[in-house]
Design a protein around this ligand. Structure first.
Ligand code: SF4
Ligand code: SF4
Length: 393
């Protein structure tokens, strides 16, 4: 692991009560949370390029408890703008429907797009961003495509949502939120390559070693309990958690819902790799008394039976790839320019896709003016099954 903590790095975590998504209240409480760990200006200086990475997991309505609340994002943007930051908001959501990634829809339906527009800040759909192929030392994956915007920022700020996670990790927080810097459906491919949680979360750890947020501010006002991160129930939690140590922020969030911090695989793996503090005795909690704040009856995921081989089979069956209809293609080359991986080439008047380079972002499909590229399931059985399922949906 290359990125160890610098000597000035602090594992102080602030815990501040906040009961509601009221903009004025949010700003007041986020200011307080930041004040406790050194103040806004410790992190933000005039002219600094700040990338805010919210957690917009899926296309669900405004305020859905799996996504960072749009007013929470708005409050953070306004605070940073007051300090003179140049702000960009970026995300690549999870999942897809009929081969098309959810990000565009998720940013719109969740209210994120509207917040970016009204605040006059740039919103980047990472699925359409340029890509930096970054090497990691991991037994399952050797290089990962990361949205270029991430490397252009002076500071990455993570705004995770506190919610449960059925995939054997108990919660998904600041560390897992960084997975959204990977564009497109290649994210699902890593689940297939490393189907066991103890394998998959090493990829998250090694990605986190490359993209470690300099500031984390948890939207733990309303979270999700039960079978999250998408099928759980909304739960009022009532807190904001902030830290420059994302691992420590995850640890405090976990303890807040009455789970020992090191039980969460991402926290344990990152702490063991020296990427932050995961043990509570190494973390200073400022603000509210954590012990008195613990929510004793927070519902954890019930889906604990997990079969990696079945999971791998499902991912193999449902894998989609861009398919070119050569009869419709006019060789206009629009898709060549829109492909972030430069995976499309023209050879002897035929368009070819290099499958080993393709990250399945489907930018080519979205930008083709002649609808000549369509997402198609690679597996025949998966294709038939998905058509049956979608026709009944
Ligand atoms: S954008 Fe569409 S029509 Fe143009 S070259 Fe690509 S596939 Fe062919
Ligand atoms: S070929 Fe299409 S789906 Fe694959 S990386 Fe390029 S634009 Fe994305």
């Amino acid at each position: 692991m290359e990125k160890k903590l610098s000597s000035g790095f602090s594992s102080q975590v602030s815990l501040v009560k906040c009961s509601d998504y009221d903009l004025a209240l949010l700003k007041q409480k986020i200011y307080l949370a930041l004040e406790l760990i050194g103040g806004v200006n410790k992190f933000i200086q005039k002219g600094m390029k700040v990338l805010i990475k919210p957690n917009i997991m899926m296309p669900k309505k405004y305020g859905f408890p799996a996504n960072t609340h749009p007013l929470f994002l708005k409050a953070v943007i306004q605070i940073f703008k007051e300090s003179g930051a140049q702000i960009t908001v970026g995300e690549s959501s999870a999942g897809s429907q009929a081969g098309v990634t959810f990000t565009k829809k998720a940013l719109k339906i969740s209210g994120t797009e509207e917040v970016a527009e009204t605040e006059g800040v740039k919103l980047v759909n990472f699925d359409f961003d340029q890509v930096c192929l970054t090497e990691i030392k991991n037994p399952h994956v050797h290089s990962i495509p990361i949205a270029k915007t991430v490397f252009e920022a002076d500071l990455v700020v993570s705004l995770p949502k506190l919610k449960t996670h059925t995939f054997a990790n108990i919660i998904t927080g600041a560390i897992k939120n960084i997975y959204g810097v990977i564009p497109g459906q290649i994210k699902a491919e890593y689940h297939r390559l490393a189907p066991r949680p103890e394998q998959f979360f090493t990829i998250i750890r090694d990605l986190f070693g490359v993209v470690r947020p300099g500031l984390t501010i948890f939207d733990a006002i309303e979270g999700m309990e039960g079978d999250g991160p998408s099928a759980g129930e909304a739960r009022q939690i009532g807190y904001i958690i902030a830290s420059e140590d994302a691992v420590a922020a995850d640890a405090v969030a976990t303890e807040l819902i009455n789970v020992p911090s090191m039980k969460v695989l991402t926290t344990r793996l990152c702490a063991e790799a020296g990427l932050g503090k995961g043990k509570m005795e190494e973390i200073t909690v400022l603000g509210e008394d954590l012990e008195k704040s613990v929510i004793k009856n927070f519902k954890l995921p019930t889906t604990t039976v997990y079969n990696p081989y079945l999971y791998r089979l499902i991912l193999t069956l449902t894998k989609t790839e861009p398919f070119i209809n050569q009869k419709k293609c006019t060789l206009c080359k629009v898709c060549l320019d829109s492909c972030p991986m430069r995976a499309i080439a023209l050879s002897d008047k035929t368009l070819l896709i290099n499958r080993s380079q393709c990250i399945r972002c489907f930018c080519c499909s979205e930008t083709c003016p002649h609808q000549a590229i369509k997402p198609r399931r690679k597996n025949f059985l998966g294709n038939v099954l998905s058509k049956i399922i979608l026709s009944r949906w």
